[in-house]
Design a protein around this ligand. Structure first.
Ligand SMILES: *Cc1c(COP(=O)(O)O)cnc(C)c1O
Length: 359
């Protein structure tokens, strides 16, 4: 068996320790006589697994007690629709900040349900974050939506924007659990699981309780946060196995020392990789320094003709999924929590060797 260093943006690498636990529990979870996949979601065993996962996530993120934590399906993209459905009427205005590919998708979906004001737009190549001073927020907006980390552009907010009393809604799909955050600054946090939480099939929504109960009457029940919260996210069958794996990942993060330890590791990984890029005179990252993502690191070389040999050599060295998003080309290394420092060191070593041959 050969495990590679997997730099995929998502679905992304999981910690080997978690995968080993899943293997050991595959045929029989504890003394249940069955796999978690085969259990009733209403049974005592699965309800215990689900509650434990929620409690661990609450502990890791220090989620205040006036927030609900939901484990839903439909991905972050489903929430692009669920957000306006839960928080607007047809006449409401929702403010959106556009910092790149995922912001744009959230905006175009919201436009199907409510009036959207693009309060700020990074523009150009979407390689920076618009400073808070210039945002044109709507007084009385239903909410302000932004994307703290743009997974494709590799652009991350170095601040949490202050939007007064208007609920702040954040798509944290590719940054949640990378460091501690102050949940009380947000009305809604949501994140597809397949980057930093666990397997695809699950989206975590953390919503302040006063924002429940505003859904439009025609909101699909599975997207109605209040209905889902009332049933512990089990109004219908949840993504049971993904939920269980997420719980195993939360336990793993706790064993590593929680989000403070994740922050130290992630900062060190990102610094090492950006230093290698900036110091090379060969590799280039286009993002404004203070807005560089800790999780997704895009880079280019002097010629696109080098992309293919770079990727082939990387693969031969056990470093995979480094191709940039199809919309932007170049390279992208996603270095989520599960990527160890050894993976970043191997990548940096390979990059130096490639430059010696082709630079
Ligand atoms: C991956 C990603 C999404 C899309 O997630 P799905 O679960 O595929 O819908 C949305 N937003 C961001 C920031 C992402 O990284």
């Amino acid at each position: 068996m050969t495990r590679v260093f997997n730099f995929s943006a998502g679905p992304a690498a999981l910690p080997a320790e978690v995968l080993e636990q899943l293997r050991d529990e595959m045929l029989e979870w504890r003394t249940s006589g069955m796999s978690v996949m085969e259990m009733s979601h209403r049974g005592k065993d699965f309800v215990g697994i689900a509650e434990r996962a929620e409690a661990d996530l609450r502990e890791l993120l220090a989620v205040p007690s006036n927030y609900k934590v939901l484990f839903l399906q439909g991905g972050a993209t489903g929430q692009f629709a669920a957000i306006p459905l839960n928080l607007t009427t047809g006449d409401s205005v929702a403010d959106y900040v556009n910092t790149g590919a995922w912001s744009k998708k959230a905006i175009s979906e919201a436009r199907r349900y409510c009036k959207v004001n693009v309060a700020a737009d990074a523009g150009g190549n979407y390689s920076t974050v618009p400073s808070r001073d210039g945002w044109k927020l709507t007084p009385g907006a239903a909410y302000v939506h932004y994307t703290p980390n743009e997974t494709i552009g590799g652009v991350e907010f170095p601040f949490v924007p202050d939007v007064g009393d208007v609920p702040l809604v954040a798509d944290m799909s590719s940054t949640i659990l990378s460091r501690p955050i102050d949940v009380s600054r947000f009305g809604v946090i949501y994140a597809g699981a397949q980057k930093n939480i666990g397997p695809a099939g699950l989206v975590v929504v953390i919503v302040r309780e006063d924002l429940l109960g505003r859904a439009r009457p025609d909101t699909p029940t599975v997207f109605d946060w209040k209905a889902m919260a009332a049933d512990g996210s089990m109004l219908n069958t949840p993504a049971t196995y993904s939920w269980y794996v997420a719980g195993a990942v939360f336990q793993w993060i706790k064993r590593q020392g929680g989000l403070a330890a994740m922050e130290r590791l992630n900062r060190a990984k990102a610094e090492k990789l950006y230093a290698a890029i900036d110091g090379s005179g060969f590799y280039r990252n286009p993002v404004t320094k203070e807005c560089r993502s800790w999780m997704n690191v895009p880079f280019t070389m002097p010629s696109e003709a080098l992309d293919k040999p770079f990727l082939e050599g990387a693969k031969a060295a056990g470093l995979v999924a480094l191709a940039g998003h199809r919309s932007v080309g170049g390279m992208r290394a996603s270095i989520y929590n599960a990527m160890p420092m050894a993976g970043v060191e191997a990548l940096v070593g390979y990059m130096a060797e490639f430059q010696r041959k082709h630079g």
